[in-house]
Design a protein around this ligand. Structure first.
Ligand code: XMP
Length: 518
């Protein structure tokens, strides 16, 4: 396993992604974690990330000496390299001018890190993003690569196994970046590439069995990727000791509840309690049209329903008390919460799951995906036998159709929206556009518009279609769907749903619009 110490670079998470992709388990912690945790981690190698600071600035982050006391290989990237150079007596040149973007480096020397890589090319195309640079390598380090503006692009001390890269091997713009990181973790640190879905599943099952023993576990199953994978994993690990609660809020997509029941209860034999809470949710939402107030009502009602079912399950389990609560927390949430030092991301996540459960339901948490990235979770899900269609689904917000019916939520509106959304999804899938968009859905507009049907007038509701392309959901571009496809969807919605007289396509990007309409 590899330990990554994060000095705050915007690319730090990518280092972990690349190392995991090469089949090696790694974890990332802030640079200033306790010495004890560094020592106890059992790292076969350590990577120091880049960061926004200058080693010349007062109080800039320093590398904990424990890193070098461990006597394992160390790779410093950008700021990590500069801090390492400084630590061993090299010279770092402070500069306000940033070198940013693509650069070509010349491989001038030899090192275990670049062995085999420089055979393929004496020059490497890399991605630079730095102000300061190392101008004098510390004693024991050789200069392996340079550019005209950066005299030391790679430095290496093969005897101590310390390496520094001024560029970023973790970004895809660095063509040989994965190869360099792969050489570091495999050849230099000696890590086997055994971090694969099958192995992860086996290891997780062992850990879960150990943690849970013969106790009972409760899981709020939403049908989303994370909670579904947790359910499949726990079912494999502890079978009948797992009880899932699926809350049908009445704000789900067409047939969503039936699908969840079919996959988990019927096909996989998981114990799932389906709670029909449509009326409860709609009653709680009646008369409310403010988006934030609606979100709060939905969140609170969900927790009430879940807590109630938890109590019932506890009472009905032949006296077996439920001691564990499972959650689909994933690694980006954990990293975020470590960064903020306030556990912020954790709170955001639990809000959608079970945050705010009453105190008389005291559980210990089971979070088997806590150190996995989203695409690792997806691979695990496929390996566990969940349908690809479920695993590759677009994200669906916790409050569901509640935030896609603008203004007040009623059953009539939810039914119309569900039908329109299902038609849109069907046509997206049929045309191959579902996979080409990151998220797509229909939105109910509580306004009426005049239409003409045969010889008659129709005065009915408006449906908007929304489809976006995005990687991180922080920024998004509206998807340029073919007009023919939009036309088919619009015709079908207006012909098949009598309560709709008009369909529009949302051409707003984020920012300034958000992806959801509320
Ligand atoms: P926005 O609308 O903020 O959405 O551009 C970004 C992503 O977050 C999803 N989203 C939510 N997910 N609870 C969730 O679990 C929510 O309250 C919520 N609001 C937005 C949205 O679907 C998109 O993927």
């Amino acid at each position: 396993r590899i330990l990554i110490l994060d000095f705050g670079s915007q690319y730090s998470q990518l280092i972990a992604r690349r190392v995991r992709d090469s089949g090696v388990f790694c974890e990332m912690f802030p640079f200033d974690i306790d010495t004890q945790r560094i020592t106890d981690f059992g790292a076969k190698g350590i990577i120091l990330s880049g960061g926004p600071e200058s080693v010349h600035a007062e109080n800039s982050p320093r590398i904990n000496d424990a890193v070098f006391d461990l006597d394992v290989p160390v790779l410093g990237i950008c700021y990590g390299m500069q801090a390492m150079a400084e630590r061993f007596g090299g010279k770092v040149h402070a500069s306000d001018i940033h070198e940013f973007g693509a650069a070509t480096i010349n491989i001038d020397g030899k090192s275990t890190l670049t062995d085999g890589i420089e055979d393929a090319a004496a020059k490497l195309n890399v991605w630079m993003s730095h102000g300061d640079k190392v101008v004098d390598a510390p004693q024991g380090f050789d200069i392996v690569a340079s550019t005209p503006s950066c005299p030391i692009a790679i430095m290496a001390d093969d005897s101590r196994h310390y390496y520094g890269l001024q560029f970023h091997p973790e970004v895809t713009h660095t063509a040989q970046g994965s190869a360099l990181l792969g050489r570091f973790v495999h050849e230099i640190c000696g890590c086997a590439g055994s971090w694969t879905p099958d192995n992860i599943i086996d290891m997780r099952i062992e850990q879960l069995k150990k943690q849970i023993g013969d106790k009972q576990v409760l899981l709020g199953l939403s049908g989303g990727v994370d909670s579904s994978v947790v359910a499949a994993l726990l079912h494999k690990a502890i079978g009948d000791q797992l009880t899932c609660v699926f809350v049908d809020t009445g704000l789900l997509r067409l047939h969503e509840g039936d699908q969840v029941m079919q996959i988990f209860a019927e096909n996989m034999g998981v114990k799932v309690i389906r709670v029909d809470a449509e009326e409860l949710f709609l009653t709680a939402l009646a008369g409310e049209s403010d988006p934030e107030a609606k979100r709060k009502i939905i969140g609170k009602t969900f927790i009430d329903v879940f807590a109630n079912s938890a109590r019932e399950v506890s009472e009905q389990s032949d006296g077996k008390v439920i001691e564990f609560l499972a959650q689909g927390t994933i690694y980006p949430d954990v990293i975020e919460s470590a960064k903020s030092h306030q556990g912020k991301a954790h709170v955001i996540k639990s809000h959608h799951n079970v945050g705010g459960l009453p105190d008389d339901l005291a559980f210990e948490l089971v979070e088997p995906l806590r150190d996995l990235f989203k695409d690792e979770v997806r691979k695990l899900g496929i390996t566990l036998g969940l349908p690809a269609k479920m695993i590759n689904r677009h994200p669906f917000p916790g409050p569901g159709l509640g935030v896609r019916i603008l203004g007040e939520v009623t059953k009539e509106f939810a039914d119309i929206l569900r039908s329109a959304d299902a038609i849109f999804m069907e046509e997206l899938e049929r045309s191959g556009w579902y996979e080409k968009t990151a998220q797509a859905f229909a939105v109910f507009q509580p306004i009426k518009s005049v239409g003409v049907v045969g010889d008659g007038r129709r005065y009915a509701w408006v449906i908007a279609l929304r489809a976006v392309e995005t990687v991180d959901f922080m920024t998004a571009r509206f998807a340029h769907l073919p007009y023919d496809l939009i036309e088919t969807v619009s015709n079908r919605i207006m012909n098949e749903i009598a309560e709709v007289s008009r369909v529009t396509y949302d051409v707003s990007s984020k920012p300034p619009a958000t992806i959801e309409w509320e």
